[in-house]
Design a protein around this ligand. Structure first.
Ligand SMILES: Cc1cc2nc3c(=O)[nH]c(=O)nc-3n(C[C@H](O)[C@H](O)[C@H](O)COP(=O)(O)OP(=O)(O)OC[C@H]3O[C@@H](n4cnc5c(N)ncnc54)[C@H](O)[C@@H]3O)c2cc1C
Length: 438
């Protein structure tokens, strides 16, 4: 954050709040919210600003929880895991390290680790793995500062409706101050990455999806090539063999960031070269295999700036949806240098989870930040809508409350909890009005 302007990571959103605040305790946070309530000001918590949408924007007080961090308590359970209560501003990167020291890990994670736990939960952050849910499914209890400044505890048995709404609450219900997560015994991950053909990958999809713990693939538009990632969980005491630091520097820093930035700059100047570039990129990728602490395998550095839209669709609709995107790309004159990311999740029961009630496949489309994304994203959005797709709450999309309501069985229950706990709309902003209504 600078003195008076806040910008999100992608540079798609800015805010000029009346005030920035960084409370140092839950008591200070509660006093700040009750003061704002008396003055009729909007308040919005912000994490790492890694949402592409305006979900974290406010014209009132922008509250960072960067000083309300760390592990509060660890209560071991009989299965070797634990209930871990963590302050809401804790960044996932720090949490993962601390959990490892306690012999623990998060059940599943997304592909970066800079988010705050509360920010990641609030937009439905997920990873991949058909047996695993998104981060919100791992929450067992919450402490939340409500619109009047009071501090409430909730769980499936205490204020259950508040819990159901707030664990994936878009920042609309209150400001989380503590989160209790069910953690599992720490585990190591064996990663196998390989270039393959799209057709062979789709032929084997049911098998890979159901047998590989964490399966995902990246499809290079304008080609029939993909990069597959198969990650298998191993017990926490398995000896690790991480990628050699030089190979890691070449693959993860040089190729994924420095060279990729150069490729995208070139593609921006010569978009007609993109199909050729993609064919080349998909071939120069070499297979690699390594074993490392799970959280190190899940997350990577992403420094090339891009825009992203991600749709959750019924898992069985994946092949037809990818085929429709491929057809659109081939028919249009639009060129895309970024691979399309495909991931999976188990059905869950979190009210606003994009995987609510159904086995889910995720299709994420990206565009370099210096290039136009709108035509591509609208085309993919129309294709995903045809199969009852739900957009990621933290990534770009054009959906509104009216057309999101039928996509979520508990949408009206969520709105009723918002009405009850924030009747004056203290936590409101333009994005929430768009996706939830006024
Ligand atoms: C490079 C990149 C990679 C990504 N990878 C993935 C991925 O693998 N999987 C995936 O699902 N998503 C992914 N995302 C999206 C990202 O995980 C989400 O947008 C997430 O919400 C960002 O967390 P944040 O801490 O930056 O939250 P912010 O963007 O700062 O805020 C998000 C929301 O959380 C609210 N919030 C923050 N703190 C609190 C609090 N204490 N109480 C209540 N509400 C709060 C904010 O008000 C806002 O509504 C990625 C984004 C980027 C830029």
């Amino acid at each position: 954050m600078t003195q008076d302007t806040w910008r999100n990571w992608a540079g798609t959103e800015t805010a000029n709040p009346k005030r920035f605040a960084t409370p140092r305790s839950v008591q200070e946070l509660s006093a700040l919210v009750s003061g704002a309530a008396r003055q009729g000001q909007h308040v919005k918590a912000v994490g790492a600003g890694h949402s592409f949408t305006g979900v974290a924007v406010t014209d009132g007080i922008l509250v960072s929880l960067d000083a309300i961090t760390g592990v509060d308590s660890v209560t071991p359970d009989e299965a070797g895991g634990a209930l871990v209560t963590v302050f809401a501003g804790t960044r996932l990167r720090d949490l993962n390290e601390q959990l490892w020291q306690h012999g623990l890990a998060m059940t599943n994670l997304g592909d970066i680790d800079v988010q705050s736990i509360a920010g990641a939960l609030s937009t439905g952050t997920h990873g991949t793995g058909a047996r695993f849910g998104g981060l919100a499914t791992q929450v067992r209890a919450l402490q939340i500062v409500l619109a009047d400044g009071s501090v409430a505890d909730c769980s499936p048995t205490q204020n259950p409706e508040l819990f159901e709404a707030a664990r994936l609450g878009l920042g609309a219900i209150g400001i989380m101050s503590k989160v209790t997560i069910r953690c599992v015994p720490r585990y190591v991950m064996h990663a196998v990455e390989a270039p393959e053909s799209l057709d062979a990958t789709l032929d084997r999809l049911d098998h890979d999806r159901s047998t590989v713990d964490h399966f995902e693939f990246y499809w290079f538009p304008h080609t029939r090539r993909v990069l597959t990632k198969r990650n298998t969980r191993l017990s926490g005491d398995t000896p690790t063999s991480p990628i050699h630091p030089i190979r890691s520097y070449i693959d993860d820093e040089l190729l994924s960031n420095v060279v990729f930035e150069g490729v995208n700059r070139l593609a921006t100047r010569m978009p007609s070269a993109i199909p050729k570039i993609n064919r080349l990129s998909s071939r120069v990728l070499s297979a690699r295999e390594f074993t490392d602490r799970s959280y190190r395998v899940f997350a990577s550095e992403r420094r090339v700036k891009f825009r992203e839209m991600e749709y959750a669709i019924p898992a069985e609709a994946l092949p037809e949806t990818l085929a429709a995107i491929d057809q659109w790309v081939e028919k249009s004159d639009f060129t895309v240098a970024f691979p399309v990311e495909v991931r999976f999740a188990a059905a869950d029961d979190v009210w606003l989870s994009t995987a609510n009630g159904r086995e889910t496949a995720y299709i994420a489309v990206h565009q370099y930040h210096r290039r136009d994304h709108e035509r591509y994203f609208s085309a993919v959005e129309a294709i995903a809508r045809d199969v009852d797709g739900r957009p990621h709450w933290g990534k770009m999309h054009g959906r509104t409350a009216d057309d999101l309501r039928p996509a979520y069985p508990n949408f009206d229950e969520f709105v009723a909890v918002r009405d009850k706990y924030d009747p004056q709309r203290m936590f409101d902003n333009a994005y929430l009005q768009q996706v939830l209504g006024r």
